[in-house]
Design a protein around this ligand. Structure first.
Ligand code: NAD
Length: 505
């Protein structure tokens, strides 16, 4: 496989960081930023010590005490400016996303576009943090709710959306009057440095107070410090179910709030009436795009037995045309896996699937083994049943195909996994489509009709049920997780009637 020289990638990373205004100096520190494109180092970064993390939380808490009283529309100014800077530096940030996460440039730019979109959304939201007024049962009383800033938000993010998830949290948190301490994935420290620099520039340009945002770098121990610190009012953590199982109970033990965005095991039902041209395109993008490394990647295909052979033939034909390789090369649609562990996990899953009676229709093999990068052909595997390996999330491009005969069976199979993030149905039968979206249909936080499971827009609330953690981020009313609600009763009469007609004289 023809891969770029590691020095070229290092140069590109350094130049993009500088263009984003990052004060990088000479590489130093123990945290190694790698590029999955070549499997080689990009540069080293300083890991935050326990004292650094403590100081970051203290500064963010101090800044919060001022920021919470700045009127929300004024708070929106810093996010508006951030959106402008992200627009100016869209290519620089996308370049870093490709370098560190291995995404093809159009997907990397799409991720940055999500950041710009959420900034626009948050600026509008800064004038719409509405509370309700309710009818009081008492004469001369007003009953209402107000939404107040919450405090410091600790953002812990995953490698596969190294910048968008931060922006979903940070843009909303800032207009809500919160301050942010961010621990990015230890696999993507450079994109984080660029984002932090752009936000610092935005805050400076609009004269916002200092300390609204702090970046802490490192791995699990740094995240744990955010999780355990009582000054962090909300821990918004995105990553694996394993991480959520560790984080959720620890935050709950101190009665902190958590917002968990965890792994998915997303399924698509393909009904006999489906438009197969459209379905094949939606399935291939969802399953093979981003090399299967999206939380919303399609992992399970539940297809009616009458069309299974035709559909699987068409998907495998499409898979064989996918160009796998250096994401910077024109025409490449599938970049690398993030590292060797991801490759090993994929091979282990394929072995288990074969042992369970599955047949690998195509893909699964490593491409270009003469380098320390891990490129694979997306795999399509026909399974006789939904065995334990199918019920797990393997963060790699494996699409398991299962067949069904009745629609009830399809829904039951679809919901019979621990995770509940994204789902879709391909059908032209309105009854099936509506049933899939109904209370006894898909049990996921995202349920789509005639599009794939991945590629959500920022306008909707994003997140999932069951082992996916139950959190919601991004659009709709997800902002409420970043604020605290107060219910207020105001008596403007000269009487003191008690609620529920209670007499106390
Ligand atoms: P990961 O769980 O290994 O790490 C995610 C982050 O959590 C990292 O920053 C890591 O350092 C931190 N972390 C891990 N254990 C921790 C602990 N005990 N305490 C505090 N912090 C801890 O995940 P990953 O490999 O980076 O990302 C892939 C996973 O993330 C997949 O499961 C994917 O589905 C999921 N994901 C979910 C969403 C979503 O919105 N639901 C979005 C992106 C990724």
């Amino acid at each position: 496989m023809n891969l770029p020289a590691p020095e070229e990638l290092r140069r590109r990373a350094e130049e993009a960081l500088i263009r984003c205004g990052a004060d990088i100096g000479a590489p130093s520190g123990a945290l190694v930023a790698r590029s999955p494109i070549t499997g080689t180092d990009l540069r080293t970064v300083v890991t935050s010590s326990a004292d650094d993390v403590d100081a970051a939380i203290s500064a963010a808490h101090e800044a919060f005490l001022t920021w919470r009283s700045v009127p929300a529309p004024q708070r929106g100014a810093v996010v508006r400016r951030l959106g402008q800077l992200l627009t100016e530096h869209e290519r620089d940030l996308a370049e870093l996303v490709t370098l560190e996460a291995g995404k093809i440039p159009s997907e990397a730019r799409g991720e940055v576009q999500e950041m710009i979109d959420i900034c626009e959304f948050a600026v509008g939201l800064s004038r719409q943090l509405y509370g309700r007024t309710m009818a009081s049962e008492r004469p001369g009383h007003r009953l209402m709710e107000t939404w107040h800033p919450l405090g410091v938000v600790g953002v812990i993010s995953a490698f596969n959306f190294p910048v968008a998830v931060w922006s979903w949290n940070t843009a909303i948190a800032l207009v809500c009057g919160d301050t942010v301490v961010w621990k990015p994935s230890e696999k993507t420290p450079l994109t984080a440095i660029a984002c932090d620099a752009l936000l610092a520039q935005a805050a400076h340009d609009v004269g916002a107070p200092t300390g609204l945002h702090a970046l802490v770098q490192g791995s699990v121990d740094v995240g744990e410090q955010l999780v355990d610190d009582a000054r962090v009012a909300l821990v918004s953590a995105t990553g694996s179910v394993r991480m959520g199982r560790a984080v959720g109970p620890r935050v709950a033990a101190r009665f902190g709030k958590s917002l968990l965005e965890l792994g998915g095991n997303n399924g698509a039902v393909v009904a006999p009436s489906a438009d197969l041209d459209l379905a094949v395109r939606g399935i291939v993008f969802s399953a093979a795009g981003t090399a299967g490394q999206r939380c919303t990647s399609l992992r399970r295909l539940i297809v009616h037995s009458s069309i299974a052979d035709e559909l699987l033939n068409r998907i495998s034909a499409a898979y064989r045309t996918l160009t796998v390789g250096n994401p910077f090369d024109d025409g490449v649609l599938v970049g690398p896996l993030v590292d060797s562990q991801a490759f090993d996990a994929m091979q282990t899953a394929l072995d288990k699937a074969r042992a369970d009676g599955g047949t690998v229709i195509c893909g699964g093999e490593r491409r270009g083994t003469d380098n320390p990068a891990y490129y694979v052909s997306p795999a399509l595997v026909r399974m006789p049943a939904q065995t334990s390996v199918v019920r797990e999330e393997t963060f790699a491009p494996i699409l398991y195909a299962l067949t069904y005969d009745t629609f009830d069976q399809a829904i039951a199979m679809h919901n019979e996994v621990p995770q509940g993030l994204s789902s879709s149905i391909f059908t032209t039968d309105q009854r099936e489509a509506e049933r899939f979206l109904a209370a006894d249909g898909s049990d996921c936080g995202i349920a789509n009709v005639n599009i794939g499971t991945s590629g959500a827009e920022i306008g909707g609330a994003f997140g999932g049920e069951k082992d996916t953690g139950g959190g919601r981020e991004s659009g709709s009313d997800a902002w409420k997780a970043y604020m605290r609600r107060a219910t207020n009763t105001v008596n403007y009469s000269d009487q003191l009637p008690l609620a529920q007609g209670v007499e106390f004289t």
